[in-house]
Design a binder for this molecule. Sequence first.
Ligand code: A2R
Length: 319
Amino acid sequence: MPDTRPAVLVLSDVHPHVAEALAERFEVVLVERSERLRIEPATAERIRAAASSGSFNSAWMDQLPHLQLIANFGVGYDGVDIAHAVARRVIVTNTPDVLNDEVADTTIGLLLNTVRQFAKAEQWLRAGNWAGGPYPLTPFSLTGRHVGIFGLGRIGKEIANRLQPFKVKISYHTRTRHPDVDYDYYPTLKDMASAVDTLIAIVPKTAATHKVIDAEIMRALGPQGVLINVGRGWSVDEDDLIATLGDGTLGAAGLDVFYDEPHVPQVLLALPNATLLPHIGSSTVPTRHAMADLVANNIIRWLDSGHAITPVPETPLKR
Ligand code: A2R
């Protein structure tokens, strides 16, 4: 008997809990990523919503004539062609808040690792070096630092909350001032970079954030300066970063995100003052499960009632 329930497209690289949660209520159409979705036109006709992780382009949207909602797995939805979604009146949802704590925890771990070289010290110990003498003193410490947070949104605020017990001074730069916090506000990134010695970037990928952390910002942070990026690799000029880390203009960097990930430039891999993680900010079993729940629940709520739970600001439409 043909399945007469509403159909939901699920890209096969989305967390498996999404398809499980949807399967009780809807026909789930699991599809691999490819240039064009490999999907029968009759099936495409039935699809009302889609779950995706990363890119979702205009050609895919146009293959789905009755698509109403794209639920993106992740808080950053820069992979979705949002202008096309708006033009097609397709709602886009993301997964805000449920990953704030995890990403903020990762950020603190990455910051500590970058200044204190814990991963390197452990490798050194495991390699049997300790009997030959102590591990060299690390040139940097977190103590006494002035940390500038570039992006004081949902995640940035949690990073700031976690930094307070470390007794560092905290400042921030965003386009709009937050009267609800006591941290010093800098209206420009350049001014903040000149004032602080540690910069944590947690901003989205937009036209305005492209390579804004460039050689000028790195020079302003200086030889004692530390750059941490947990937002998008897009925000950092990686060539400038390689050059300034290489000649000591910038002291150290800790990166969870890269310009062309998963491809990391070989020269960056070789730099001893770079601490590198493979985009694992939210990558734990419980947090990814919570994100998957929110993706599925956005679709269920939408198809049941015409209201999405977490629509992105560009598409706050209701049915
Ligand atoms: O500028 P504002 O007031 O809209 O503040 C937002 C800031 N932001 C910027 N700050 C300076 N210059 C810009 N061009 C700029 N664009 C955005 O980034 C806000 O304080 C922060 C973003 O916060 P939320 O929208 O709450 O995002 P959330 O959940 O903290 O995630 C941040 C990003 C995601 O978009 C993914 O790319 C990544 O973290 O996972």
